[in-house]
Write a protein of this length. Sequence first.
Length: 159
Amino acid sequence: MIQNLTLRLARPDDLAAVDALLARSFPRLLKPDYPPSIMVTLVPIIARARPGLLASGRYFVVDDGAGRVLGAGGYSLAGFGHAEIRQVATDPDAVRQGIGRRLLRGVFAAAEAEGVQGYVCLATRTAVPFYTAMGFRVLGPVEVPILPALAFPAVRMTK
């Protein structure tokens, strides 16, 4: 188990660290669940940090106390008392060590402080078991348009 984990709000200057985390995480963790065509064309696009999300005050990082970001994720308000879970990732060398759980619990606490009562997310196929363990249920498959004529296969979930 990793010691000294800290959950904190992301700052705009975390952009490079979150970008590096996504670049480490998505290609390795998604590979068993997606064909090479998706891995080559779309994963490099979705595995990029979003500056606006980092600056939103609704995006968090988990660091190891030595400045290395091991997890990231957040939410945006989706209306009608709901929030959409956004761009959650864990370092592939640190999975199953409580980082994702800690991150989502922080997201839930912050969102609920804003009056959020329910959640939606577009999970990768790989993340469905994690979200299920966190209380989400599957609504069904969805194709997320990324490029003209190219969509990323995801799973719509709710809590």
